[in-house]
Design a protein around this ligand. Structure first.
Ligand SMILES: Cc1cc2nc3c(=O)[nH]c(=O)nc-3n(C[C@H](O)[C@H](O)[C@H](O)COP(=O)(O)O)c2cc1C
Length: 171
């Protein structure tokens, strides 16, 4: 019993410290999009994105199971990662607030890419992936996808997030 109490206290400390540490991790923000059975787009703002391998070209995203786009990605087996420019802060806010969900694809210039998935026309890059593996861990699902298409634009200042607020890269 005593060991359990210690374990809970330790774990709460670790969570707080982990959150605080992650606040020091400067992340480039993306909009992850997907498409439903009727062809409607869905999405969320996400920093949990990484390349996985170049052979095969593949990437991963970590999506909270409560996010409205999570079951849609599971069903379609598709996701697109749109890397944002600093000027995209307003649209990013829309993609990170549940009460603005209905406005997500009204702002910005959206185009339809392979397999009917939407990409942001002026994103730094849009990477379209087909899901090959799903790993459930804690509150999130890790989706690993093979890259099926890539759209790139000229290099611009990225939209960053650190210490709980949006930032720009200097220099
Ligand atoms: C900077 C930033 C980064 C985020 N990164 C992620 C992420 O990597 N994965 C995730 O599931 N949610 C992430 N979120 C939260 C989702 O964008 C947010 O919960 C969104 O509202 C979920 O979509 P829904 O409201 O349609 O469920 C992030 C939010 C912000 C502001």
């Amino acid at each position: 019993m005593r060991a359990n109490i210690l374990e809970v206290a330790y774990s709460a400390d670790v969570v707080a410290e982990f959150k605080s540490a992650m606040g020091r991790f400067a992340a480039s923000i993306t909009l992850v999009t997907t498409v439903d059975d009727q062809g409607y787009p869905h999405g969320l703002a996400a920093t949990a994105f990484s390349s996985v391998s170049m052979d095969p070209a593949s990437a991963l995203i970590c999506v909270n199971r409560n996010a409205s786009a999570s079951p849609i990605i599971k069903r379609s087996g598709l996701f697109c990662v749109n890397m944002l420019q600093s000027q995209h802060e307003p649209i990013c806010r829309i993609f990170s607030q549940s009460d603005l969900r209905d406005k997500r694809f009204i702002e910005g210039e959206w185009k339809t890419g392979v397999r009917g998935i939407c990409y942001l026309a002026d994103a730094q890059a849009s990477i379209i992936c087909e899901v090959v593996q799903e790993i459930e861990h804690g509150t999130h699902t890790v989706f690993i996808g093979n890259v099926i298409d890539v759209i790139t634009q000229p290099l611009e200042q990225p939209l960053m997030y650190m210490g709980g607020r949006y930032r720009e890269l200097r220099g």
